[in-house]
Design a binder for this molecule. Sequence first.
Ligand SMILES: [Zn+2]
Length: 278
Amino acid sequence: VPELPEVETVRRGIERGVLGRTVRSIAVTGARTVRRQGADELRARLTDRRFESAVRRGKYLALGLDDGSALVVHLRMSGQLLHVTDAGQAMAPHTHVVVRLDDGSELRFVDPRTFGEMYVSDEVGEDGLPVELARLGVDPIVDGLTGAQLARILAGRRSPLKVALTDQRLIAGIGNIYADEICFRARVRPDRRSATIERPEATRIAKATLKILSDAIEARGSSLRDARYRDVSGDLGNYQDRHAVYGRAGLACRRCGNPIVGVRISGRSSCYCGHCQR
Ligand SMILES: [Zn+2]
């Protein structure tokens, strides 16, 4: 499932290859991907528009258009946004939307599980973000995240730390993988009740959040064996090789050698080291 580093990697690819390009035509073959507006409306709003900016908040992308609107892309479970420079390249299975650009290249939205979506939003703020994305919480990379901020977010919360870290209304962009990695780096168990996190721990968690997410962006995200994340060029990420705990239940902790524990926290599989994390 794409999280902040994967979506940021896609954003950077779009910024490099798509800004300044104008939409010539749109082909929609997957109705679910455009469920919010329908194919006709998406076509009407996008055709002849030029892409001018690419911003991200949490796991959402907003591609600014020259009439002040923005194409919002949410990859959700299995969506991929590919920029294909050779339009003759075969369509991947589950390609639902093809946006043809004036240089002959194509933006292709591929999504086997069809939870992802695309729509054009008219109400865009000065920061380039559609107003409906204002409900999202702090984005650790765009906004920064301090210990004081995180301490305020966690204060009085009964939910486990991991649930708070992955609640998009509180902090936008963290999912199952990076929450486990952040907790390991901060030496805090993900099943701790949020309200019990002390101030020095909140500072460690905030710092770990910035470090883990930045490193993962630099490695161009994580591509798991069963998942489908690819960047806009179709290449896999590299950060999966550096996971310390995620997906490593039963294996030796890279720091202390004790076995990594696998548990479920609010229904989601989670991994931590019982020796390194308190
Ligand atoms: Zn350990």
